[in-house]
Design a protein around this ligand. Sequence first.
Ligand code: DP6
Length: 421
Amino acid sequence: MSAECDQPIYMATVSAPTNIACIKYWGKASIEYNTPINSSVSVTLDQSDLCAMTTASASLSYTEDKLWLNGIEETPNKRFYACLNQIRAMAGDKVDPTSGKVIVSSEQWKQMKVHVSSYNTFPTAAGLASSAAGYAALVSAFKELFHAKESFPGEFTTIARQGSGSACRSLYGGFVAWRKGSSENGWKNSLAEQVCDEKHWPEIRALILVVSDQKKTTSSTTGMSNSVSTSKLLQHRAEHIVDGRMSEIEKAFHDKDFPTFAKLTMADSNQFHATCLDTYPPIFYMNDVSKQIIHLIHCYNEYSGGIRAGYTFDAGPNAVIYTLEKYSLEVAALMLYWFPSKDMKEYLTCSSNKDIFKKLESFSLDPELLKATEAIWSLTHEQNQTHVKHVYFTRSGPGPLVLGEEKALIDTKTGNNSYHR
Ligand code: DP6
């Protein structure tokens, strides 16, 4: 049993979303500031399906900074301290709302050590942007705890990107761009901006097929460093392709033009994986199941006579398929037909639609569509059973949310981790 702290413990608990890029960030311009060679843009996903939960606490009783990830104690790293130190430098006074008295001054925060506990509601480091949600939650929890204020819009995103580049886009909901910025003035303009909020295009759906829940073999940081030093295709992409795609996809999102949005998303995923193959030695993030999913989506679009679904893959084999609400049952039914599971309740997560199991059960796929997709298939249903581990049927959602004390992951008396898997 740990002893109770004799000094007050201050804490803040938040949840933060993950995001999936449509135009990918791949390659760093500055390793020190963690800035990208090209701009990127992503959809922030609904936190009721996937999120990182984090409690940050501070107390004069703490003797060292401590961090627990998914219930296990870890040593805080450089990225953690980049976030902690910069947000603490922006701290404000904690004031009693009734008396107006200062409880903790901005200076006093600096004398306190911190204890942080965080967990993900989805597989860590499997190409599902867990670091994006994790660092967005860390920055948001510190911001809340220290009553920090931005000196310019987007300043918090410049700190989150130093935790993990893609994390800066998780500080906002909806459709979010990370502008690459420039080196003068310490890269302060390499920041995230909301293009459209989550209410702008509520019909957008994302189906995530978790093909592997294992840690990826080449981390994004190592992978992109090798790509920057060896891939000429990556250089060409950053200099000549991405800016045009950014303008086109932002316009498509504003105009709710799904075919353009999905086509650019697929093209950019394919080009990102082409730069991985162009890296020396090459990096393979997609596997044969990922490729089957790609064929399946192209076949489905061809059968539909238009673009109804678009896939994208990050640094791992898992697929994210964007579609619209009106096609989403058909797309999900098609995926579940080819990647079935005996236990649907365990297999499929869809917090926003409780009737999903009934709806999918009663949905009948057009035999013509099944015939068309069969042609690209060499596997039987039995063989496919184990290829997809889990399916998330989700949508776009808001940025980080501040939660009540009842959700805290740190014990309010001892200051120790209280989250256990
Ligand atoms: C393929 O943000 O994980 O998901 O900045 O080194 O932490 P670091 O990289 P990270 O890279 C994400 C790469 C990507 C594309 C994207 O999200 O834009």
